[in-house]
Write a protein that binds this ligand. Structure first.
Ligand code: DGL
Length: 274
């Protein structure tokens, strides 16, 4: 019996930050990763586009017989996960959302910055999450137009000047940072692309501000879910390292270079044309 793969997708390379955490927690699982780079970025597009693309990718991955699916994109989760759950009631679906709760637990000043895409911040799902947390902390939310796209483009050009300029602009707009009263001491990265800018963010933030992302929490949730799944007996092959298959709807070399650079993965990238 073969061990069915876990599907993972994002608008582009950002979901690799989640895949990285998944591979640490679930080293024997097989993963199929799709970067929808031919139709990205999602963060400044309307909900109809993000929903249509999420549907098309989930439909494709279901056709590949995945046993579970991780939406490694805050924007697609915010816009589409509730509808996809209705459409695929049998499919275990895990999403990502900005890690407000973990940030509240970590913050000493009670002032938390949130960087995310415009679509994520404007979604009803995020607004509900934010409303449920506002009694416990003060949140400063910052839409980061263009940042995911700049991270995506820098992979090939290796030119990080736009990432640095945008991070400087957006971090600067959030107000005072530090661990004194009234200062933001925790910064939530609410887009899976942003961990790949954390080196530049760290330079801007200094050492007193903690960066909070949710890759590891999503991996833990996926691990729990996979462990409780009774859909197939654990095959002997689970003792072997799992495989990763990479696909892109855009230029394969972007995903290939990002996977090599950030995950030390040197597998070929298949081209998808839907
Ligand atoms: N990586 C995505 C997210 O987590 C979206 C980036 C984009 O396509 O704008 O929101």
């Amino acid at each position: 019996m073969t061990n069915r793969a876990i599907g993972v997708f994002d608008s582009g390379i950002g979901g690799l930050s989640v895949l990285q955490a998944l591979r640490v927690k679930l080293p024997h699982e097989n993963f199929i990763y799709i970067a929808d780079s031919g139709h990205s970025p999602y963060g400044e597009r309307d909900e109809t586009h993000v929903l249509a693309r999420s549907r098309a990718i989930v439909n494709h991955l279901v056709g590949q017989n995945v046993k579970a699916l991780v939406i490694a994109c805050n924007t697609a989760t915010a816009v589409a996960i509730h509808l996809l759950r209705e459409e695929y009631p049998e499919l275990p679906l895990i999403g990502v959302e900005p890690a407000l709760k973990p940030a509240v637990a970590l913050s000493k000043t009670g002032h938390i910055g949130v960087m995310a895409t415009r679509s994520t911040l404007g979604s009803a799902k995020f607004q509900a999450l934010l409303n449920s947390m506002t009694a416990r902390a003060t949140f400063v939310v910052q839409a980061c137009d263009g940042l995911a796209d700049a991270i995506e483009r820098s992979v090939e050009t290796e030119d990080t000047s736009k990432i640095i300029a945008l991070c400087t602009q957006y971090v600067g707009a959030m107000g005072l940072l530090g661990n004194n009263s009234g200062q933001i001491d925790s910064l939530v990265l609410g887009c899976t692309h942003y961990p790949f800018a954390s080196e530049h963010l760290r330079t801007l933030l200094g050492q007193d501000v903690q960066i909070v992302d949710n890759g590891e929490a999503v991996a833990r949730q996926t691990q729990r879910l996979v462990q409780t799944m009774q859909v197939e007996p654990h095959p002997a092959s689970l003792a072997a390292p799992g495989s990763v298959s990479l696909f892109s709807t855009g230029p394969p070399q972007t995903l290939q270079a990002a996977a090599r650079r950030w995950l030390s993965l040197t597998v070929p990238v298949g081209q998808l044309s839907f």
